[in-house]
Design a binder for this molecule. Structure first.
Ligand SMILES: Nc1nc2c(ncn2[C@@H]2O[C@H](COP(=O)(O)OP(=O)(O)O)[C@@H](O)[C@H]2O)c(=O)[nH]1
Ligand SMILES: [Mg+2]
Length: 308
């Protein structure tokens, strides 16, 4: 999608320009999508306090005068039992080989986990530059992080470790400064006024899904998908009419999403509409309906149809 608030010109006249793909890797819920949004300066990927929010590979583009970073946000690495989750982890793995640089996000407010240790070992073998973004430093202190930094350094000595807070934007400039020289010399690879490869339709699906994640407890969001069935522009009225289908796995989930007197669904719809109006820069009519599709998260054919 194109940037709605002005665009940045790329000046090739002075010095070197670099461009390339940067994969953001890490376990689920460590702040990968938050970091992507922060680096791009726009909301590209949805963010919730729950793990496994990101299901697909999402591109975000950051344009600076001297470099273009095409950032790849990935579903987190996690133990996958369902078919849907296996697809998510496969996607994350595939993305590792796409990036010219890998930014591995590790939480700075926790112990160095076995899963992160395994990830770092895997990344060290890939033979491409790795930068560690030690995230959520706003929730820790320098003293508490010191041993963690040492452990990570011992596990992957070649990687620079940059402490950041993706949520607060703290030290993210430093991360950019470290990544840039690792990119190949190249003119911009993507048009300078685009900030993501997602279409407006896909963004609408993700925003509705985010509001469901934020509103619903327990397992409901993990087995919910959203498909935009209609996306109709009314240019003369600066309006877009969106019909979104919410797919759940069980009758009981449908009841929970709709809520007493339809109030829950109305709340989800309103929150999604307000945010979409801001992102799309025009008025939005949003219609939602909920449908039960038993076992869709385990059905390879259905997952394929849905683009996983
Ligand atoms: N305090 C704090 N929270 C963060 C930071 N970065 C991300 N989060 C929160 O961590 C949760 C997961 O973030 P998300 O970006 O969805 O993680 P992902 O699953 O790795 O993409 C959300 O509630 C974020 O607001 C940070 O730097 N500091
Ligand atoms: Mg994410």
């Amino acid at each position: 999608m194109r940037r709605w608030a002005g665009s940045i010109r790329i000046d090739l006249s002075n010095n070197i320009h670099r461009a390339g793909f940067v994969t953001i890797a890490g376990q689920t819920n460590v702040g990968k999508s938050t970091l992507l949004n922060c680096l791009v300066g726009q909301k590209v990927a949805i963010v919730t306090p729950r793990p496994q929010t990101t299901r697909r590979r999402i591109l975000g583009i950051r344009n600076d005068a001297d470099a273009q970073m095409i950032l790849i946000d990935t579903p987190g690495l996690h133990e996958a039992r369902r078919e849907l989750n296996r697809h998510m982890v496969q996607t994350a793995r595939r993305c590792l080989t796409e990036g010219e640089v890998i930014v591995a996000v590790i939480p700075g407010n926790a112990k160095f986990s076995a899963a992160d240790r395994a990830m770092v070992a895997e990344l060290a073998e890939l033979g491409r530059p790795v930068v560690i973004a030690l995230n959520k430093i706003d929730l820790s202190t320098r003293e508490r992080m010191m041993p963690l930094v040492q452990e990570i350094h011992d596990a992957i000595p070649a990687a620079e470790i940059v402490p950041v807070s993706a949520l607060k934007g703290e030290n993210v400039d430093e991360l950019v400064r470290v990544i840039k020289p690792l990119l190949p010399e190249s003119p911009a690879l993507m048009p300078g006024d685009e900030y993501t490869d997602q279409t407006e339709r896909m963004i609408a699906e993700e925003i509705v899904r985010e509001k469901i994640f934020l509103a619903m407890r327990q397992e409901v969001p993990f087995s919910t998908a959203v498909q935009v069935e209609q996306f109709v522009e009314e240019t003369d009225r600066n309006l877009v009419k969106i019909a979104a289908l919410i797919i759940v796995e069980r009758e009981s989930h449908k009841g929970m999403i709709i809520g007493a007197g339809g109030r829950q669904l109305k709340e989800i719809g309103t929150a999604a509409r307000l945010e979409l109006e801001e992102i799309l820069g025009r008025r939005v009519f949003l219609e939602t309906r909920v449908k039960v599709e038993r076992g869709w998260t385990g059905d390879p054919r259905r997952l394929k149809e849905m683009g996983f």
